[in-house]
Design a protein around this ligand. Structure first.
Ligand code: ADP
Ligand code: ADP
Length: 229
């Protein structure tokens, strides 16, 4: 069974102002198995964020089909969305909320009953127990990133999608984020991440799809793929 299944996925951004229309995805076929850590590797502008934003329901696809955990995003968009947690690239958050408040708020949004909330366990899992009651504005970039991971996991989705999880973070923090991702995967979460660092894909992912100019140009197990590069 698949975690994510894309068939002939296309996206055209409409022309706006001086920017011409842009064919950002040209028919993506992709099968991401359950239980894997799967990397979408490619240069800036390849279409990685567009794929993720379609899965998150933030961008409307132009054609093709997408299923998350077997749920077609056209047939039941809300159920499909509930099957993934998405960690966006941007770390925007209200500066005067605390991690505990943000996680409770998110749990409320997703209708997680109070008695089933795992706020404390999540804070611990991402190493923010000490910062549970600190204003978000006092958190470092790395702490914000980890808070966003916790936020994306509040409704315990089977799939976690991370858009450029270590863009702009230093080496030490990158290692600690990688460790968190591995832990989440060991605990049973399927992880899909985008990156333009080959090293990151190599370090974390069982399988990699290389995306360029809106197309999957190669996909295989990390070992096999890197042997042929
Ligand atoms: P990256 O994924 O490299 O961090 P972005 O996804 O922010 O970068 O943007 C990639 C490219 O998409 C950039 O060239 C940017 O100009 C373009 N882009 C991003 N958002 C928009 C938008 N809303 N309208 C037009 N172009 C955009
Ligand atoms: P990546 O995440 O791999 O950097 P994106 O999915 O952000 O790539 O971008 C793919 C292409 O679509 C790029 O050429 C980018 O400029 C364009 N693009 C992205 N977002 C928008 C947008 N909102 N409006 C117009 N063009 C966009």
């Amino acid at each position: 069974a698949l975690a994510i299944e894309l068939r002939g996925l296309t996206k055209t951004y409409k022309a706006s102002g001086k920017a011409p229309a842009k064919l950002a995805l040209k028919g993506i076929d992709l099968s991401i198995p359950r239980g894997s850590v799967y990397g979408l590797l490619g240069p800036n502008g390849a279409g990685k964020s567009t794929m993720i934003n379609i899965l998150a329901g933030l961008v409307t696809k132009s054609g093709g089909t997408a299923k998350i955990w077997g749920i077609d995003i056209d047939q039941d968009p809300r159920a499909a969305r509930a099957a993934i947690g998405v960690v966006p690239q941007e770390l925007n958050m209200d500066p005067f909320f605390t991690p505990r408040e943000l996680l409770d708020l998110q749990a409320g949004l997703y209708g997680v009953p109070k008695r089933e909330r795992q706020t404390e366990r999540l804070l611990e899992a991402v190493g923010l127990k000490d910062k549970a009651n600190a204003y978000a504005r006092t958190l470092s970039g790395g702490m914000r990133r980890r808070l966003m991971v916790a936020k994306a996991m509040v409704h315990t989705p089977p799939v976690l999608v991370l858009d450029e999880p270590t863009a702009g973070v230093d080496v030490e923090l990158r290692q600690s984020l990688w460790a968190h991702v591995r832990e989440l995967n060991r605990a049973g979460t399927t992880v899909v991440l985008t990156t333009h660092y080959l090293e990151e894909a190599q370090e974390l992912c069982d399988s990699i799809a290389i995306v360029n100019h809106g197309q999957v140009v190669a996909c295989d197990s990390t070992d096999r793929l890197l042997r042929t590069l």
